[in-house]
Design a protein around this ligand. Structure first.
Ligand code: NAP
Length: 322
């Protein structure tokens, strides 16, 4: 039986695969049917991943990680994990295709999913003026007026990137200061096309078949006003992707998978978790990658301990007794 199945193909999943493959554990990576590479596939330049002084594009970084994992023998499956059976010594992962894969350990590295504003018509207008990915959809907004919602690094990055296409980019934030890093804030403040709208939230989406504007609510006074827009990019953070393990693994109060101390050990023996799905705080490509390393090493130690206590194979007993 296979030793390790890794679910997820972001920095945590690929790094776990590199380490597990180099430890000769021949891991299988369930890389997703449509979202191979995770969040970094939607990013432009990654300037803070050590080893790339000139920056590297997010998708290029993920391709290199995958190539590195495959070079050492990781097997990649382009499908989603649909169901998990984690109890017992044999872990079973049912794929979207219905095929069931088995292994002695599972490393769960499913990352996080875009957060939604949770307002009426958000889903309906998704792809019709509303987007969560500037690099994917920015091109459609040439010379248009658009807005980005959020005050973190993602919002700064998206707004700055979108000025390549749009004639005007509003940056809508619910407070009067950003939480983004200073360098990212400065880039946004220095850009003439970006106008910050402080203390505001999107209360309503307007437009019949496509977005034509929003109603903004002032978070201090409660006053509302209309803002005409061709596009709205939502960049308000992510939530850990844990739906597959609800009721199967313990979660933290923040909704991430609970792990023991600095390890990747979850509440179920033989199941390890790494990356954004365990991290409510740092959520960087490099910390996710490091977390993938921890998971691969923990899985390796777990397997070694299992092999230590397993009954010796018949041949070994015979040889030893000679
Ligand atoms: P984040 O840091 O959690 O910021 C989310 C932002 O959205 C916050 O400003 C928050 O407002 C706002 N927000 C949350 N829920 C909202 C809602 N319902 N309505 C309106 N606004 C809402 O998320 P992020 O920007 O995606 O960044 C996540 C992590 O990735 C961070 O650690 C970040 O440093 C990292 N990252 C790094 C880079 C880079 O270094 N190149 C690029 C992107 C992301 P409040 O501030 O009021 O809470």
């Amino acid at each position: 039986m296979r030793d390790v199945i890794i679910i997820g193909s972001g920095p945590a999943g690929w790094t776990a695969a590199i380490y597990a493959a180099r430890a000769n554990l021949q891991p299988m990576v369930i890389a997703s049917q449509v979202e191979v590479g995770g969040e970094l596939m939607n990013t432009t330049e990654v300037e803070n991943f050590p080893g790339f002084p000139e920056a590297i594009m997010g998708p290029d970084l993920m391709t290199k990680m995958q190539q590195q994992a495959e070079r050492f023998g990781a097997e990649v499956v382009y499908d989603d994990a649909a169901e998990l059976d984690l109890d017992g010594d044999v872990k079973r992962v049912t794929l979207g295709s219905g095929k069931v894969e088995e292994a002695r350990t599972v490393i769960f590295a499913t990352g996080s999913a875009y957060r939604k504003l949770d307002i009426p018509r958000e889903d309906e207008l998704s792809g019709h003026g509303i987007s969560w990915c500037a690099t994917c959809d920015g091109f459609f907004f040439r010379e248009k007026a658009i807005a980005v919602v959020g005050g973190g690094d993602s919002a700064m990055e998206e707004a700055t990137f979108l000025t390549k296409f749009a004639s005007k980019v509003y940056l809508i934030h619910r407070r009067d200061e950003f939480r983004a890093s200073k360098i990212m804030q400065k880039r946004a403040f220095d850009n003439d096309k970006i106008e910050v709208i402080w203390n505001s939230e999107v209360a309503e989406l307007q437009g019949a078949s496509g977005l034509t504007g929003v109603v903004l609510r002032d978070t201090v006074t409660g006053e509302t006003r209309e803002l005409a827009l061709d596009g709205l990019f939502i960049a308000i953070g992510n939530d850990p992707r844990t739906h597959l393990v609800h009721g199967k693994l313990d979660l933290t109060a923040e909704g991430t998978i609970a792990v023991e101390g600095r390890s990747s050990r979850t509440s179920v023996p033989g199941v390890f978790a790494a990356g954004d799905v365990v991290d409510p705080t740092y959520r960087q490509a490099v910390t996710a990658a490091a977390s993938g390393t921890v998971a691969a090493l923990d899985a390796e130690h777990y397997l070694a301990a299992l092999d230590d206590v397993a009954p010796a194979p018949v041949e070994a007993v015979t040889t030893a007794s000679l």
